[in-house]
Design a protein around this ligand. Structure first.
Ligand SMILES: Cc1cc2nc3c(=O)[nH]c(=O)nc-3n(C[C@H](O)[C@H](O)[C@H](O)COP(=O)(O)OP(=O)(O)OC[C@H]3O[C@@H](n4cnc5c(N)ncnc54)[C@H](O)[C@@H]3O)c2cc1C
Length: 501
C-alpha cells in the first residue's frame, strides 16, 4: 500500500487543520503545503471529491457574471487567470475554449449588453458582442432565432474530479496528512481561541482551522459561535449527459441568465460528452441529489431552446448537484440577485479561517481562494516559511485511450495489465485501475476508480466493468469481494456467497 495512506495519524497536533476535501479544501491544502506547516486535511466521506465538486458544469467561468465589487467577482477573475499554471502543474485537462451567452429573439439582446458591461467592470479580458449571423456561422446547430451572443475567450472547461484529486494528491505528496471517513464534530475552545477539534476518529490539536465544509460550512461556523445568521440553502441543479458518439457541441453555450442562476446551458466536457443543465431549485435536504421529473423537464426545455437538434434518445446518464448558497450580502446592498462568498478570519474567535457560500463559480475560483487564505494567514502574523523541497508538479499517470498506438504498445510491453481493457466504452485498462488503487490517495471504491479513470461513464454505464472492478479491488486491497463498495461503507455490491465454491 502506498506510503501516503494513513488510516489514523500518530501526530495529534497540527499547525493547520482543513475541514473538507472538495476542490476548495484540497486547493487550500495544496497551496499551504508549500510552507513549513504540519497540515491535516479531514474528509467525512470515503474519498475526496464526493461533495458539490463531484456534480457541476465544470466550467472555468470568464467572470462577467458575478456582481462587480463582490468577493465572488474578484475570486473568479483571479482564479480564471491562474488556471493555466495550476492545470499545467497538476497535469489535469483544461481547455480555454471560450464561451458564448446566447440571446434568442430580440427581447433577450439587451441582457448581453448588461453582461458585457459587468464583465468590463470586473476586468474580464477578450469579450466581444457578436451578431446572430456570426453565431449561426460558428455554431451551426444553434437555434436559428439566435439574435446575438456575448463571446468571452477566457472561458474554459476542466475535469473537476481530476482537479480535486490532483490538488489533493499534490498536497499529500508535499507532506499534508489526509484522513478520510473523518468527520468534524466540535471545536475545542480555550477562552477565545480554538485549540483543537473533535472528530469521530479522535481529538486533534491545532493552531488554525480552515472551514472548507461546503454545504455544511454554516454548521461548522455556528459551532465556533460566529455568524449565527448565516445559513446555507442547498440549490439543486439537474443534468442530462449524452453519449459522445451521438451528439457533440463544440462550445460552451449559456442562455441569458435568470435572476437566480446562469441558466440552463448546453456544453461539452473535456471527455467529449455533451451535457445539458442545470436548473435551480432551493431545497432543504443537504444530501438530496436525486433527479426529478419536473427538474429534468425544465432542463430539457431550456436546452432545446438553445440547440433544437438535441435528441433525448442519446441521453446516457442523469445527475444532480447542490449549490451551497449562503446568505451573506453582497457589498452592493442594493441588489439581491446574488449572495457573496465569506472568506475571512473572524475577529470574534482566534484560530479560525472561515469560508462559506462558495457556490458557483467556486471551481473556477478555487486557486484564487487558496491564494487568499495564504494571504490571510500572513496578515494574521503567521510566519510562512517556504520549504526548499516543495514540488508543485503532480505527475500524471498514463491514460491508455489518449496514447498513440506506439505508446500503447510500449506500455503493454512494460506492464501487460495495460493490455487488458476493463471498460469497453471508455477504453480503460486494468493497468490504469491498479495504478489508481496504489496511488498517493488510493482508490478504494468503485466510484473512486470511476472518478479517477472515467471508467463506467460511457454508454453501458458500468454494466460490463463493475464485476471486474470489484474483483480487481478485492485482489489488490486484499479484501473479500463482499467488502467492496460503490462509494464507502453501506454501499457494498455483494451480500454473500450463493454457492460454496
Ligand atoms: C449545479 C452546479 C453547477 C456548478 N457549476 C459550476 C461551474 O461550472 N463552474 C464553477 O466554477 N463552479 C460551479 N459550481 C460550483 C462548484 O461546484 C462549487 O463552488 C465547488 O465545488 C465547491 O467546492 P467545495 O470544496 O467548497 O465544496 P465540496 O465539494 O462540497 O467539498 C466540501 C467537503 O467537505 C466535506 N465535509 C462537510 N462536512 C464535513 C465534516 N463535518 N467533516 C469532514 N468533512 C466534511 C464534504 O463531504 C465535502 O467533501 C456548480 C455547482 C453546482 C451545484
Amino acid at each position: 500500500m502506498t506510503k501516503y495512506l494513513r488510516s489514523k495519524t500518530e501526530n495529534k497536533n497540527f499547525d493547520v487543520i482543513i475541514i473538507g476535501a472538495g476542490i476548495v479544501g484540497s486547493m487550500i491544502a495544496r497551496f499551504l503545503s508549500r510552507y513549513k506547516l504540519d497540515i491535516l486535511l479531514i474528509e467525512k466521506e470515503a474519498d475526496v471529491c464526493m461533495g458539490t465538486t463531484a456534480a457541476n458544469t465544470a466550467i472555468i467561468h470568464a467572470g462577467y457574471d458575478p456582481l462587480p465589487g463582490t468577493l465572488k467577482a474578484e475570486m473568479n477573475i483571479l482564479g480564471n487567470r491562474m488556471w493555466n499554471t495550476v492545470a499545467g502543474e497538476l497535469n489535469i485537462p483544461f481547455e480555454r475554449r471560450g464561451d458564448y451567452v446566447v440571446a434568442i429573439g430580440k427581447k433577450e439582446l439587451p441582457h448581453l449588453d448588461e453582461l458585457f458591461q459587468r464583465g468590463v467592470k470586473n476586468g474580464v479580458p477578450g469579450m466581444m458582442l457578436i451578431s446572430g449571423d456570426e453565431v449561426r456561422k460558428r455554431e451551426p446547430d444553434i437555434n436559428p432565432d439566435v439574435s446575438g451572443a456575448l463571446w468571452a475567450e477566457t472561458g474554459g472547461i476542466t475535469d473537476p474530479f481530476a482537479a480535486n484529486f490532483a490538488a489533493c494528491e499534490n498536497a499529500v505528496m508535499n507532506g499534508v496528512t489526509l484522513l478520510l471517513e473523518t468527520a468534524f464534530e466540535a471545536f475545542v475552545i480555550d477562552g477565545k481561541r480554538i485549540v483543537g477539534i473533535k472528530t469521530n476518529k479522535g481529538t486533534f490539536g491545532t493552531r488554525w482551522i480552515v472551514n472548507a465544509a461546503g454545504l455544511y460550512s454554516d454548521d461548522v461556523m455556528h459551532k465556533a459561535g460566529i455568524r449565527p445568521e448565516f445559513k446555507i440553502t442547498p440549490r439543486k441543479g439537474e443534468y442530462y449527459v449524452f453519449d459522445s458518439a451521438d451528439i457533440s457541441v463544440n462550445n460552451v453555450l449559456f442562455p441569458v441568465p435568470t435572476v437566480i442562476s446562469k441558466g440552463i446551458m448546453v456544453t461539452t466536457t473535456v471527455h467529449g460528452n455533451t451535457i445539458i443543465g442545470p436548473n435551480a431549485e432551493s431545497i432543504q435536504d443537504k444530501e438530496d441529489t436525486s433527479v426529478t421529473e419536473e427538474g429534468l423537464t425544465e432542463v430539457w426545455r431550456g436546452a432545446v431552446k438553445l440547440v433544437p437538434k438535441l435528441n433525448l434518445r442519446y441521453a446516457i446518464s442523469l445527475f444532480a448537484g447542490l449549490r451551497a448558497e449562503g446568505n451573506a450580502r453582497c457589498k452592493n446592498q442594493n441588489v439581491n440577485y446574488s449572495h457573496d462568498y465569506v472568506i475571512e478570519i473572524p475577529a470574534e474567535i482566534q484560530g479560525l479561517v472561515n469560508l462559506g457560500g462558495i457556490e458557483s463559480p467556486g471551481l473556477a475560483s478555487s486557486p484564487a481562494i487558496a491564494q487568499r487564505i495564504v494571504g490571510l494567514l500572513k496578515d494574521a502574523g503567521e510566519k510562512l516559511e517556504e520549504k526548499s523541497d516543495w514540488n508543485p508538479i503532480r505527475p500524471a499517470r498514463p491514460r491508455f485511450r489518449d496514447l498513440s498506438k506506439e505508446e500503447q504498445k510500449i506500455l503493454i510491453h512494460n506492464d501487460p495489465e495495460y493490455g487488458r481493457i476493463v471498460c469497453r466504452c471508455e477504453n480503460v485498462t486494468e493497468g490504469e485501475i491498479v495504478a489508481e488503487i496504489h496511488s498517493p490517495i488510493p482508490a478504494r471504491t468503485y466510484d473512486a476508480i470511476k472518478r479517477r479513470t472515467w471508467l463506467g461513464t460511457g454508454r453501458c454505464q458500468g454494466a460490463f466493468d463493475t464485476p471486474r472492478v470489484v474483483g480487481i479491488l478485492s485482489r489488490e486491497l486484499g479484501l473479500p469481494p463482499e467488502q467492496i463498495s460503490k462509494k464507502g461503507p453501506g454501499s457494498e455490491f455483494l451480500v454473500g456467497k450463493t454457492k460454496k465454491v
